[in-house]
Design a protein around this ligand. Structure first.
Ligand SMILES: Cc1cc2nc3c(=O)[nH]c(=O)nc-3n(C[C@H](O)[C@H](O)[C@H](O)COP(=O)(O)OP(=O)(O)OC[C@H]3O[C@@H](n4cnc5c(N)ncnc54)[C@H](O)[C@@H]3O)c2cc1C
Length: 396
């Protein structure tokens, strides 16, 4: 292995991207020290969708069996019109889908997915996990990179991977392109016991109810014990917010104009929390010498393709592959960046576009959506989505 005998690689951030990268490096015999800001390693209690490209990544990163064990395998991606409560279209995720993409589509609890990676990292002799270690900056010479931790400590490694999310400190130094863009879209999340979900809506599907300037998503999680509810309102919210507790009344405010059946889903939610979503325009600069960005730190995107974590795992596959296959770190980092940038930029930009044209249109724009999307078969959808779901992190 090209880098096995050197100083460890430093990874800032213990989210799904950081842990996946530590696992990818360990699979190649490369040591790493992962530095996480929080006092413990964990994820928020909500769901996440996983396209087949995530399963390619799980296998490459050595956690395929564990990840498959905790997923709920849904039958459909279903698009409903939130004004009429009628189905617009669906994508069948059964045998034909799996045969086409050689992997399934699934939904998981974020904590379960994070736990799969965390246990694998804890069981590896090549990975050291340090909590309460916020990386505030770095300096480098020709041979190594040293990070500064908020408590004054310093840690030196061969490379630094900035997997520190949307508000990345590492990005500030690598790219210096200012804060993320506030989208003005407010998302509210709730997880409820399955028996509290209206019985006639307990579908084995990732369901999207699309309405004017708003939408609702729901799907089952954790062996069908709970349902994940995510509702979004394009209310031009001006400031970023993350995880603020809000009342049901506040959530319902943006949904008075949609069909009662769709509104009723919101009434079943409990303990709602609010996020104002942010993303960025694609930016090509991911590398500064021995420092490279990954996951949301490199390419934060709106969640409308349900791909942020999937893309972070693809990054982990690609970066560990390149580091194992190039003796020259500069060549490895640049090959990773050149391969990952166009694909992640496409997902960033198209996530915005589908928000506008599929999730939130009204009037004629919505009728056009219904006509175009309603005319497509599942086979048509497989063709349209092949660029995304056929990805492996090592090219499509
Ligand atoms: C509402 C919503 C729904 C979504 N649904 C999906 C979905 O269905 N499918 C999907 O694939 N993606 C989805 N995503 C996107 C996905 O959650 C993110 O893209 C993914 O979690 C990014 O992982 P990451 O590891 O890059 O960053 P993060 O998860 O943000 O992890 C960053 C980590 O770094 C730590 N950290 C931050 N700063 C520092 C520092 N300076 N030093 C050390 N540690 C630091 C943080 O505490 C955190 O642990 C969704 C996002 C949202 C908002």
């Amino acid at each position: 292995m090209a880098m096995a005998d050197h100083k460890p690689v430093l990874i800032a951030g213990g989210g799904i991207g950081g842990l996946a990268t530590a696992m990818g490096l360990a699979q190649k015999g490369i040591r790493s020290i992962l530095l996480e800001k929080s006092a413990s390693l964990g994820e928020i209690g909500a769901g996440i969708q996983l396209g087949p490209n995530a399963f390619h990544a799980f296998d490459y990163l050595g956690v395929g069996e564990a990840a498959r064990g905790m997923a709920v395998y849904i039958d459909q991606l279903r698009l409903m019109d939130a004004l009429t409560a009628e189905e617009i279209t669906h994508v069948d995720l059964g045998e034909a889908f799996r045969a086409r993409f050689r992997n399934p589509y699934a939904v998981v609890h974020r904590g379960d997915l994070h736990g799969v990676f965390l246990r694998a990292c804890q069981n590896s002799d090549l990975i050291e996990l340090r909590v309460s270690s916020e990386v505030v900056g770095y300096e480098q010479d020709g041979w190594s990179v040293t990070v500064k931790i908020a408590n004054g400590d310093r840690v030196t490694g061969s490379l630094l991977i900035g997997a520190d999310g949307l508000w990345s400190n590492i990005r500030k130094q690598v790219t210096a392109d200012g804060p993320p863009r506030v989208s003005g879209h407010t998302t509210y999340r709730s997880v409820i016991p399955t028996e509290q979900m209206p019985e006639d809506l307990r579908w084995n599907a990732a369901t999207l109810w699309a309405g004017p300037k708003c939408h609702i998503v729901h799907y089952p999680l954790s062996g069908w014990k709970v349902f994940n509810l995510v509702v979004t309102y394009h209310n031009d919210a001006p400031e970023p917010v993350a995880g603020k507790a809000v009342s049901e009344g506040e959530v319902l405010k943006g949904f008075g104009h949609i069909h009662e059946r769709a509104q009723s889903i919101i009434r079943h939610g409990k303990n709602w929390r609010l996020w104002v979503l942010c993303d960025r325009d694609p930016a090509e600069r991911w590398i500064d010498g021995r420092v490279v960005l990954l996951g949301d730190a490199a390419h934060p995107m709106l969640q409308y393709f349900a791909q942020g974590a999937c893309q972070a795992m693809e990054d982990a596959v690609c970066l560990s592959h390149m580091l194992a296959n190039h003796d020259d770190h500069a060549k490895a980092l640049e090959t990773y960046r050149a391969q990952r940038f166009p694909r992640t930029a496409r997902v960033q930009l198209m996530s915005r576009a589908i928000g506008e044209h599929i999730y939130h249109p009204s009037g004629e724009h919505a009728r056009l959506r219904n006509a175009i999307m309603g005319a497509k078969s599942s086979e048509d959808w497989y063709g349209d989505l092949a660029w995304l779901y056929g990805g492996t992190g090592l090219g499509t």
